[in-house]
Design a protein around this ligand. Structure first.
Ligand SMILES: [Mn+2]
Length: 344
């Protein structure tokens, strides 16, 4: 096994506890992303290859985009425990969860000893043993180190699953976590049979037609405010029908207005069948959209947040609050101080 040239090592207590288990239950957060699924699938394959058993249990199904990586690894989905729970398992591993309740299965998982394996800042260290490496570009990269610590084979399918996690968590190696560690892990995974062009095809060239038509509908509503520093778009219920799109086809829509030069904050207003409107907010740097969402009973963090509102009148109010937040953050481009008045 070639060792990676990084400082990451599996903590002894974590490794020792894991080595004491034979039958594992793996879980990750609700609405699993590429790092959640890639890390779970790879860890299941690694545990199985070393004579252990592993069952994956997630509260939500994986997006179809990840089917190729999941392969023949079964994922148990929903709130009802898998057969034999809890007696059939002697350890649980929570991957990618800063808090155990992020699994949506906390009460059940608490019946087992839980190992906590994560890379998020602010992890609550809820495990019987915790391995939290905030320098790790993805949990998938930690799973690769764990495979080495277990002297487990990393076959091409396992490498591909880990590459999915690494690639999605780094935004295809564009984000600030695209560190030397990320590239070193990527190089090793490709050497072991991961196929970047196949993963990229699944991630970026496998859209259902309805998703692309829905994007067209949404972009038709694009409005710029505050001298182009704020972009807003609307997603209306009737657009799904016109586009022949399903609810999951709306994922990632907010990234498009965010890609406009000069845009510092984005809001997506999404009509819900319940009659209210879901507000999704994104921002750059010091612009705090988390505060706007939490004032309205929502949640999130500084640069990504969401809340529910009632009427179209409230949409104007949200944009005005966003304008205030953008102005309060200053303007690198030294535009006139009146630039945001149109948004009030
Ligand atoms: Mn991650």
């Amino acid at each position: 096994m070639s060792a990676l040239n990084t400082s990451s090592t599996v903590p002894e207590e974590f490794l020792g506890t894991l080595l004491g288990g034979r039958s594992f239950l793996l879980s990750s957060h609700a609405h699993p992303d590429g790092d959640a699924i890639g890390s779970e699938v790879a860890l299941a394959r690694i545990l199985q290859a070393t004579g252990r058993s592993a069952t994956i249990w997630n509260v939500d199904p994986a997006p179809a985009t990840y089917d190729g990586v999941i392969g023949d690894i079964a994922i148990h989905v929903g709130g009802t425990p898998p057969p034999g729970f809890p007696e059939a398992f002697d350890l649980a591993v929570a991957l990618e969860c800063p808090q155990l309740d992020r699994t949506g299965l906390e009460d059940a998982l608490r019946r087992l000893d839980v190992l906590n394996m994560d890379h998020h800042l602010g992890n609550r260290l809820y495990g019987v043993a915790n391995w939290v490496d905030t320098e790790a570009p993805a949990v998938a990269e930690m799973v690769l180190h764990l495979a080495h610590a277990l002297d487990a084979p990393v076959d091409p399918a396992t490498a591909n699953a880990l590459y999915l996690g690494l690639s999605t968590d780094t935004g295809s190696f564009r984000f600030s976590n695209a560190t030397p560690r990320a590239f070193e892990a990527a190089a090793e995974l490709v050497r072991r049979g991961a196929r970047p062009e196949q993963i990229a095809g699944w991630l970026y060239e496998s859209q259902p037609p309805g998703a692309v038509r829905l994007l067209g509908e949404v972009l038709g509503t694009l409005q710029l405010h505050c001298d182009g520093r704020i972009a807003s778009v609307r997603l209306e219920l009737r657009m799904f029908e016109r586009a022949g799109a399903s609810p999951t086809d709306s994922e990632g829509l907010i990234d498009y207005p965010r890609s406009i030069r000069g845009v510092e904050a984005v809001v997506l207003f999404r009509e819900r069948p319940e009659g209210d409107v879901k507000v999704s907010l994104r921002s750059r740097g010091g612009i705090d959209v988390g505060a706007i969402a939490s004032r309205r009973g929502g949640g999130g963090h500084r640069n990504a947040a969401g809340c529910l509102i009632d009427t179209a009148t409230d949409e104007t109010a949200v944009i005005a609050e966003l304008a205030a937040a953008v102005e309060a953050n200053g303007d690198d481009l030294a535009r006139p101080a009146t630039a945001c008045e149109d948004a009030r």
